[in-house]
Design a binder for this molecule. Structure first.
Ligand SMILES: N[C@@H](CCC(=O)N[C@@H](CS)C(=O)NCC(=O)O)C(=O)O
Length: 202
């Protein structure tokens, strides 16, 4: 087994999906978390000057979804054939869009402007795309692709569990997404991780 070291800030952010994949798969990795005050000293050592970065036997890999996909492929969570892998990527990219397009809303501090951004994000992106995910889970027996949990489901879990920690009503009309979250959070490895995970705001 390679030696994995995951470098990121001490919050969930863009590393949490990979952390969850490692824990779900029961694979040991070093979860290296640092504070914002330490970042200026570390930035130059990261390939794109950004994190997350995964070191695999000393070799660095950057870009959160490249990292998550790589770890998922190595541990049987990326789909059974090329088509399934493409479908898994499709749903994972949909979740990545949520994260990228939702970011300006979290960074806006003026409540009025934040409300406008929130409405636009919800009506143009989140609600229509959530309906697709909800319907697919219903059609496909509770997971997005194939017969079992993949990293697309983990991406869904990572994103929506964060969202409902801020706004518990978001999944009121989404029983299938709610069931997926319950399924993943009842995994023994995930349960153990959640018991000890640092309690961070983002
Ligand atoms: N496209 C990159 C974006 C990574 C990114 O935005 N990282 C932020 C933290 S979430 C960062 O390193 N910020 C510090 C900086 O840019 O100096 C990915 O998906 O990994």
């Amino acid at each position: 087994m390679p030696q994995y070291k995951l470098h990121y800030f001490n919050f969930r952010g863009m590393a949490e999906l990979t952390r969850l994949i490692f824990h779900y798969a029961g694979v040991a990795f070093e979860d290296i978390r640092f504070e914002k005050s330490e970042w200026p000293q570390l930035k130059a050592s990261m390939p794109f000057g950004q994190v997350p970065v995964l070191e695999v036997d000393g070799k660095p890999l950057s870009q959160s979804y490249a990292i998550a996909r790589y770890v998922a492929r190595q541990h049987g969570l990326a789909g059974q054939d090329d088509w399934e892998q493409a479908e898994v990527d499709m749903y994972a990219d949909c979740i990545k869009d949520f994260m990228i397009l939702g970011r300006p809303m979290y960074e806006e501090h003026d409540p009025e402007k934040q409300k406008i951004l929130m409405n636009k994000f919800m009506t143009e992106t989140m609600i229509p795309h959530m309906l697709v995910i909800e319907a697919q889970l219903g059609k496909n027996g509770g997971v997005l692709v194939g017969q079992d949990v993949t990293w697309a489901d983990m991406a869904c879990y990572s994103f929506f569990s964060f969202v409902i920690s801020k706004n518990p009503d978001v999944l009121n009309d989404s029983p299938n997404i709610t069931a997926l979250l319950a399924r993943i959070s009842s995994n023994e490895n995930i349960k153990k991780y959640l018991e000890t995970r640092p309690d961070t705001d983002i």
